[in-house]
Design a protein around this ligand. Structure first.
Ligand SMILES: NC(=O)c1ccc[n+]([C@@H]2O[C@H](COP(=O)([O-])OP(=O)(O)OC[C@H]3O[C@@H](n4cnc5c(N)ncnc54)[C@H](O)[C@@H]3O)[C@@H](O)[C@H]2O)c1
Length: 376
């Protein structure tokens, strides 16, 4: 992630320093950045001169000392609270100026907890990119409890200068995207575990009927089952084990078997096989039912993010379109689907399973009673 963020910055004209405490990794990252840039140049994305300017702006460094003139530092080190805190303690006490903004790209740690390593936690903020950072337009901005308004304003302004779209989220597990998207994976896995359909049939139904660009199993294989599982487990633990976010045995076994997805050659699908086996077609009714189940849980989660003031309605819809390529914002989609319809169907699922994952968000129930929509 660090090298992607650095390249995005250098491409937009910012003088950028990239550091990793592992010199080998740093060298490999730099080589891969240069090779990506060359490919882009060959494709005609920019001229020789622009290429040279980008390379000239990007400095790799084996010492954090080179960050002394920076006005913003974005940390994308390994996802470990103590390591992140050590980095910021060192940066603040020994290296950066007093007005340098300090930011973390963490996906799952609390911004407030990392900020606590700083004497001045007012200037600390979460700036969360999506992978690959050079291509994905969304950046989540997460103020911690102590972050001041000026830091938030400057972070949003900088993201705009970077040519990206920012959304602001409360410092809660998964922020917006990694919280609201959980049921896309978990409910699809549950449908598979109940024997209703195969991985390929579920992917097919969600693409055909739901109009998602990728099915959940393809997407988990693309992200890496290890990464996706860790996010799920972390979000669940950080929500004090709310059963709504419970991980699945199916994905845990995938990780245990090192079926990590595309990067290991095998995940839910086998990427080493030349030909894929033909998928048996599901009945229309079953395909629609399973898509409905996944959508209902996504609608409920997006509504809960509004209910708990995680972000504004507009930011929640923008985040799911720009951060995960969903075909529509989930709140707008909920309006179209019908709020009462969502509540009634979720209640039916709850009556059947008595599982908290189907617990209706109180906001949806209130809205259904008063016949309200999110956007009209
Ligand atoms: N991978 C993603 O899709 C993704 C997306 C958004 C955010 N993130 C977040 O970005 C961060 C990095 O994730 P990643 O997937 O790139 O991890 P990664 O393991 O690929 O890279 C982490 C890098 O940190 C380096 N490192 C470890 N200790 C360090 C230290 N003390 N100082 C400097 N560098 C150190 C490692 O050498 C490694 O190169 C995490 O906080 C993660 O939550 C990842």
């Amino acid at each position: 992630m660090g090298s992607g963020i650095a390249l995005a910055c250098a491409q937009k004209g910012f003088t950028t320093y990239l550091y990793d405490n592992n010199e080998n990794t740093l060298q490999k990252s730099y080589t891969s950045i240069l090779s990506n840039l060359n490919k882009l140049k060959e494709k005609g994305k920019f001229s020789d001169q622009e290429h040279n300017e980008i390379v000239g702006r990007l400095h790799v460094s084996t010492s954090l000392k080179s960050f002394s003139s920076c006005t913003l530092v974005i940390e994308a080190a390994i996802e470990d609270l103590n390591i992140k805190k050590e980095i910021f303690e060192n940066l603040e006490q020994n290296i950066v100026s007093e007005d340098c903004i300090l930011a973390s790209n963490t996906s799952s740690l609390s911004i407030t907890s990392i900020a606590s390593a700083c004497k001045n936690s007012n200037r600390f903020i979460g700036i969360h990119f999506f992978n690959p950072a050079t291509l994905m337009p969304l950046v989540e901005v997460i103020p911690g409890i102590e972050t001041d308004k000026e830091t938030l304003r400057l972070a949003i302004q900088w993201i705009e200068e970077l040519g990206k779209v920012s959304v602001t989220a409360k410092d809660t597990p998964g922020f917006i995207v990694n919280r609201v998207a959980r049921p896309f994976y978990s409910e699809s896995i549950k449908i598979y575990e109940e024997g209703i359909a195969s991985f390929a049939q579920i992917d097919e139904a969600l693409k055909e009927i739901g109009k998602f660009k990728m099915g959940p199993f393809e997407l988990m294989d693309f992200i890496g089952n290890d990464i996706n599982y860790t996010v799920t487990e972390t979000v669940w633990r950080q929500f004090f084990y709310d059963p709504r976010f419970k991980p699945s045995f199916t994905q845990k076994r995938m990780v245990e078997a090192k079926r990590l997805g595309r990067k290991s050659g095998k995940g839910y699908y086998d990427y080493l096989k030349e030909q894929t086996e033909p998928t048996e077609t599901l009945s229309k009714a079953t395909a629609h039912q399973l898509v409905d189940r996944v959508l209902l849980l996504l609608f409920n989660e997006a509504a809960d993010a509004v209910f708990m003031n995680i972000a504004s309605k507009d930011d929640i819809d923008t985040a799911m379109i720009k951060g995960t390529n969903y075909p529509k914002g989930l709140l707008k989609w909920s309006d179209e689907y019908g709020i009462k319809n969502i509540v009634d169907r979720l209640d039916l699922l709850y009556d059947r399973y008595h599982d908290d994952r189907y617990r209706v968000c109180p906001l949806l129930r209130d809205m259904a009673q008063s016949q309200q929509n999110f956007f009209s």
